[in-house]
Ligand binder design. Structure first.
Ligand code: IOT
Ligand code: MG
Ligand code: MG
Length: 512
């Protein structure tokens, strides 16, 4: 099995004096090979740690410029062609990004279509940090009088000593740790001067379109088919044995169908609990496509007790999103160890309005889609750490920049049509999937896996009144985030039951 060959995450510190002692290894949730990196430019020193899945090169240097790239680029051919350098398409992704930087400067980040986070030390000793269009590899930073720390995991920055400074142009995380989040689709240039950090420039590299195109059925369907095929192909990266996490819904089945169409052996895996599963619909798809399929059953009380792991990986306090991510994290943690590239159908429902399948009329559906596209940033749904906790690389074709642009901007009448949700996608996959899959109604992962109901049942069992369940889940998620991300506790030290008890106690104390 070839597996992915990339840097999955990093932590780096840029300061004006090399640290006397070697930097302690930060405690990443991402499990991979860690290697130390260091570089210097114009009196600034970069020292850090990269966590990778088999990547030979971590830090790339050329002409006094140093780049650390986590993740990968999907429009390699296009970029290499524009650079007039065909051989650039055959080097590492980091080499390509550095060549793009030399050619375009900041505009490079407007041209790259990928799943990445980058830190670059430029020839003038300035620090450039950038996310992909969707911020799908979360990137965090913290500054103090000695320099700037940048990391793909907030927890590695939260416990750092020193008085934190404000960084203009990045989003300060509440909690007093001084950790900031680099927003999705932005690139920042930071200057460090003794005792001060200045944002010299912030560039937006992508903004979700709010305009809509009223194209004919045939054109829309053809466009979605072509862009999905391309998004899947570029994410396979010639891996001979990719894995698709398959629910048997239209989104993941579409990814599986295109993966199979590109040849090679495709593994598919479905998870469920004793309470609920989607095994039958997934089996129908796997049988039709001929994937190497497996099923995994997890007991729902075990699943819910893994919530601290979901918080550790996603670094969020939103209980609704945690309910979507928990089943995937639990699944990844139970896959056989080893290098693995996973493709998911995650994210398709956001531009297509799948979560709002009953919202009428069309302009309201379009408004909620616009709202969801304006509020995804910071939810970390597509973070690679979700699978990185199990040493696995995952990627999400529906959030490919070109496909996403296309999906968002379609007339909502193509998203809901003839009484069917996600009509344009279903139509684009006609002939590739069984009829029953094409017409299968949407089921959310939290419903199909029974995650929401399992968490609810556990709370009811512990005496939480039904009317307060949502509120209690929200408070538990916030407490776990505080302990695990801001106070850097390991998820194994955090018990679901203790968090629940403390949450309930805090509430009654508050009420008195
Ligand atoms: P859903 O669309 O059901 O699942 C997301 C992906 O997770 C699927 O495409 C599939 O790859 C994988 N998956 C789901 N269930 C299983 C299963 N039982 N076994 C194996 N793999 C599975 C929630 C949702 O409905 O998930 N996610 C939405 C977006 C949430 C809203 N976010 C937001 N507004 N920012 C989505 O678009 O994926
Ligand atoms: Mg979906
Ligand atoms: Mg589903």
């Amino acid at each position: 099995m070839m597996g992915p060959n990339l840097v999955a995450g990093f932590w780096a510190r840029v300061s004006w004096s090399p640290r006397r002692a070697a930097p302690e290894t930060p405690r990443f949730a991402t499990q991979g090979h860690t290697s130390a990196v260091s570089a210097a430019s114009a009196g600034r020193h970069l020292q850090g740690v990269a966590v990778s899945f088999g990547a030979p090169d971590t830090l790339i240097s050329d002409g006094g410029i140093h780049l650390l790239l986590a993740g990968e680029i999907y429009n390699r051919d296009e970029v290499a062609k524009a650079l007039g350098n065909a051989s650039a398409a055959h080097g590492s992704d980091a080499t390509l990004v550095l060549a793009a930087w030399h050619h375009w400067g900041m505009t490079a980040f407007r041209i790259l279509n990928g799943r990445f986070a980058a830190i670059l030390l430029d020839g003038g000793g300035r620090v450039v940090v950038a996310t992909d269009h969707a911020g799908s590899v979360p990137l965090w930073l913290r500054a103090d009088a000695h320099g700037i720390d940048v990391s793909t995991e907030a927890k590695t920055l939260a416990g750092l000593p020193g008085t934190p400074l404000d960084v203009a142009g990045a989003q300060l995380l509440p909690g007093g740790t001084g950790v900031h989040r680099v927003q999705a689709g932005t690139a920042l240039i930071l200057e460090t001067v003794q005792g001060e950090v200045r944002t010299a420039n912030r560039v937006y590299t992508w903004i979700p379109p709010v305009s809509r195109a009223a194209v004919g059925e045939e054109i829309a369907v053809g466009r979605v088919r072509r862009l999905l095929a391309q998004a899947v192909r570029t994410r396979l990266r010639d891996d001979p044995e990719p894995t698709v996490v398959l629910s048997g819904g239209i989104d993941s089945s579409g990814v599986a169908a295109h993966a199979v169409a590109h040849g090679g052996l495709v593994h598919s895996v479905s998870m469920g609990t004793e309470a609920s599963d989607e095994f039958e619909p997934a089996k129908v798809v796997a049988g039709h496509l001929g994937t190497d399929h497996s099923e995994m059953t997890i007991h729902s009380s075990d699943l819910v007790r893994e919530l601290p792991w979901a918080v550790w990986a996603a670094e969020i306090a939103d209980h609704t999103i945690l309910e979507y991510l928990l089943p995937l994290i639990a699944l990844y943690r139970r896959l056989p160890p080893g290098p693995r590239r996973v493709l998911t159908g995650y994210g398709a429902d956001i531009p297509l309005g799948g979560m709002h399948r009953h919202t009428e009329p069309l302009d309201l559906l379009d408004s909620v889609i616009a709202h969801d596209m304006a509020t995804f940033d910071g939810l970390n749904e597509m973070s690679p750490v979700i699978s990185g906790v199990a040493g696995i690389w995952s990627t999400h074709p529906y959030w490919d920049r070109d496909l996403l642009d296309c999906l968002i901007s379609l007339d909502p009448g193509l998203k809901r049509r003839y009484g069917r949700d996600k009509w344009v996608l279903r139509e684009a996959l006609a002939r590739m999937l069984p009829a029953e899959t094409l017409s299968r109604p949407k089921l959310g992962i939290h419903e199909g896996s029974g995650t929401s109901s399992a968490w609810t049942a556990l709370l009811l069992e512990k005496g939480v009144p039904p009317g307060r369940v949502e509120q209690c889940k929200a408070a538990m998620a916030r407490r776990m985030h505080d302990l695990i991300v801001l106070r850097t506790r390991h998820p194994d030290e955090i018990s679901f039951d203790e968090v629940l008890a403390a949450t309930e106690k805090g509430r009654t104390r508050h009420a008195l």
